[in-house]
Design a protein around this ligand. Structure first.
Ligand code: BDR
Ligand code: CA
Length: 331
């Protein structure tokens, strides 16, 4: 199969980001042509270091551009080191030396430049706070026409939030940027907690993967997933030693949309008060008392509402089990 999806991956690695990155590198229909980083699970500097590290140890040299260090206007908070570790990868005991540095342009400039060079060809998969896309829209308002599509791991419609009763972390981290993204007018798909909380991945799957490949990249992922699963087991003992795949589901939708049931509708983001970071979807499409901001002309988002859990889990495991790893690039 030739790679049909030319992807820029916008990420804050992050354990599930690492899982998603490796899924993308492993899947034959995906060609990762660039990575853009943001604050979120870790600082943006750590996110960049992790993106360089994860790609190089998997034997891949893909450009990495550093992006947003803080939200567009919300006051920044500390990274959630109790979920992903201080280093974002479950506190690795040591790291090998890898070559490479970030691009000399920002993440937003990188996205715009690549989109202008390849109009209509690039899929942007964003699984982190959405400041890079928000800033890219400010540089190039025509970006929604220049990108082929945008796929998000963000938000929630019917599932409770994971940072407040109503807010998902990526949206909550930068609600202003998220609202810009939901109203920009691209071909937009949202994989939020409605589907990501259905796909529970036992840490034993990653033990088996590490045993099969015997490679530094899958050993690193195994370590990170163990840390992450210990966090989830503490808050959701019923899951066992397991975690949510979150970010990897954005790629699962990209390569296997038939595994998801979706609904189209306008989505807006609450940007203040107790609902801060909530993604609100007009699921009926018939508003008899239209509020400003919900005009019919506002663009719609394709929202993933349910997923075939077994088929999605099999897709993730089979893809990561394939023959995709190259010798690590070290110095
Ligand atoms: C999202 O927040 C981050 O912590 C994860 O990497 C994922 O992108 C889940 O809400
Ligand atoms: Ca993420």
């Amino acid at each position: 199969m030739s790679a049909v999806h030319k992807v820029i991956f916008d990420t804050d690695p992050g354990v599930d980001d690492a899982m998603a990155l490796y899924f993308a590198l492993a899947h034959p229909a995906i060609d990762v042509i660039g990575i853009t980083t943001t604050f979120g699970n870790v600082t943006v500097q750590q996110a960049t270091e992790n993106a360089l590290y994860l790609t190089r140890i998997a034997g891949v040299e893909v450009p990495v551009a550093q992006g947003a260090a803080v939200p567009l206007s919300k006051k920044p908070g500390p990274p959630p080191d109790f979920i992903h570790g201080k280093d974002g990868l479950g506190n690795l005991a040591s790291r090998v030396n890898v070559p490479g540095t970030a691009e000399h342009i920002s993440a937003a400039e990188f996205i715009v430049s690549m989109a202008r060079q390849h109009p209509g060809e690039i899929t942007l998969v964003a699984v982190a706070p959405l400041g890079n896309l928000g800033l890219a829209l400010k540089i190039e308002p025509n970006l929604p026409k220049l990108l082929k599509r945008v796929v998000l791991m963000a938000g929630t419609v019917t599932e409770p939030g994971n940072v407040s009763p109503v807010a998902e972390a990526n949206v909550w981290n930068d609600p202003d940027a998220a609202d810009l993204v939901f109203t920009a007018g691209w071909d937009l798909t949202m994989c939020g907690l409605d589907v990501t909380h259905r796909v529970v991945l036992p840490s034993s799957l990653f033990d088996a993967l590490a045993a099969k490949h015997s490679h530094i990249a899958t050993d690193t992922l195994q370590h990170a997933v163990h840390f992450y699963s210990t966090f989830y087991q503490a808050i959701r003992p019923e899951l066992g030693h397991a975690c949510y795949g979150h970010d990897v589901l954005a790629f699962a939708w990209l390569v296997a949309p038939e595994l998801f049931k979706t609904q189209m509708g306008r989505v807006r983001v609450a940007r203040s008060g107790e609902g801060n970071g909530q993604t609100m979807m007009d699921r009926l499409g018939t508003l008899f008392y239209p509020e400003p901001g919900w005009e019919k002309e506002k663009p719609e988002t394709r929202v993933c509402m349910s997923v075939d859990v077994q088929a999605c889990t099999d897709l993730i495991v089979n893809t990561l089990s394939g023959d995709w790893l190259k010798p690590a690039i070290t110095r």
